[in-house]
Design a binder for this molecule. Structure first.
Ligand code: GDP
Ligand code: MN
Length: 386
């Protein structure tokens, strides 16, 4: 889970890393209000893309009025395909030096790696390509942790400002603390700024956490809803589905990512327009199938559903029971066809006999039946109000 800058800075602040005071605004008026207490500010787009500065997503403002204007320009802006919905309004840092500090996993070496560079403020990938020696790498044995002498060694080698050593060292130790305590993949500060009056401060923050460890951090799991833009993707993620909304009108459910991708291709080839990717995974029980249909029916674009199940550890009869369960609980406003092969196929077909679900021997037939019914219903005006 990648955290937006303001969330990452919260984690840094909590372990004592200095970050500029500020607040989050969703309207220009709010931005002005926050700026009123801070003096000169930086107004920063909160979207999960790098290089916001270059793309026009960061503006400096010297009064509440300027902050309002800047926020009006940035809010709603499209930054590399993402719409800006929030800005961080932060006290401006008077930057003398821009450094880079990042800690991440080095899987090949079974360790963490600390990277420091005095060429901060610009894309670290560019530095790595054009000037690889400018990045000082220090491997961290997780059993010992990041030791103070390692940080000082690395700062010497990177050529950091000596007068700010103590502050910088504390910040780097703080980054490691956040990484370990929050189960992170990456904690990166670029620029790690030294101010004109000699203090060190984290002017940006990029934090990526391990989703598999989120159960250990309930307070962060709550933030996850903010990191997923689409409310339906949020609901699907809570149910444990791999789900992506695609914008067409044919809902798709399959077991296994490869099978679902193949189903998307076939639906498209037959002339349909997939509404989503939804993988129920292997060995799904009736309840899971029920939940999957439930998610798709919450998407008002969905006018028909194609289910593709290859029964290995997934049992056909369980899938059929899940479908019948939904049908017993609610009115199903769209045609649903199912292609089912493998384990307990015969039992499944028997269970579905007499139901409104359309069984099909192959995927093309399943898709065609759904598309035909969608067509009929839309010309008859049935289900069109969904
Ligand atoms: P990124 O472009 O998405 O990495 O966003 P950053 O937060 O790193 O900001 C990009 C650049 O904007 C920084 O390298 C700084 O040069 C500049 N910048 C950001 N905040 C401030 C600030 O408070 N004061 C000053 N003077 N410059 C800032
Ligand atoms: Mn940055």
């Amino acid at each position: 889970m990648k955290l937006q800058e303001y969330m990452g800075k919260e984690l840094l602040r909590a372990v004592g890393v200095p970050v500029p005071p500020g607040g989050v605004a969703t309207t220009p008026e709010e931005a002005a209000e926050i700026a009123r207490t801070l003096g000169s500010v930086a107004v920063k787009a909160q979207v999960l893309v790098g290089g916001r500065g270059k793309a026009g997503g960061i503006k400096l403002a010297n009064s509440p009025e300027e902050a309002e204007v800047a926020a009006r320009q940035i809010l709603g802006m499209d930054l590399k395909g993402l719409t800006v919905e929030k800005v961080l309004v932060e006290q401006q840092v008077s930057i003398a030096q821009e450094y880079y500090a990042g800690i991440t996993l080095d899987r090949a070496n079974h360790s963490y790696i600390l990277m420091l560079s005095s060429m901060g403020g610009i894309d670290i990938e560019d530095v790595a390509a054009s000037n690889p020696d400018a990045i000082i790498r220090t491997w961290i044995d997780p059993a010992y942790g990041l030791l103070p002498f390692q940080i000082r060694d690395a700062m010497f080698a990177a050529g950091f400002e000596r007068s700010a050593f103590k502050d910088l060292q504390n910040i780097i130790a703080g980054l490691y603390q956040v990484l370990v305590e929050e189960d992170g993949f990456l904690v990166e500060v670029n620029p790690l700024a030294v101010t004109t009056d000699g203090r060190a401060i984290a002017a940006d923050a990029k934090v990526d956490l391990d989703d598999s460890a989120l159960f250990r951090h309930p307070e962060l799991a709550a933030l996850q809803s903010e990191t997923i833009g689409d409310p339906l993707e949020q609901i699907a993620s809570e149910k444990g589905f791999a789900y992506v909304r695609l914008g067409g009108d044919v809902g798709i459910i399959g077991n296994g990512a490869g099978l679902v991708m193949m189903t998307l291709d076939v639906v498209k080839q037959v002339g349909g327009n997939p509404a989503n990717f939804l993988d129920i995974g292997g060995g799904a029980r009736a309840e899971v199938v029920r939940n999957a249909i439930d998610v798709l029916l919450q998407d008002e674009n969905v006018k028909g559903i194609v289910i593709n199940i290859f029964g290995g550890i997934t049992r056909g009869d369980e899938v059929a029971k899940g479908l019948l369960q939904v049908a017993s609980e609610r009115d199903i406003p769209v045609p649903i066809a199912i292609r089912l092969a493998g384990t307990r196929e015969a039992e499944a077909l028997e269970l579905l006999e007499g139901s409104s679900f359309i069984p099909a021997a192959d995927l093309v037939t399943a898709t065609r039946s759904v598309l035909e019914q969608m067509q009929e219903r839309s010309t008859a005006g049935v289900g069109g109000q969904r």
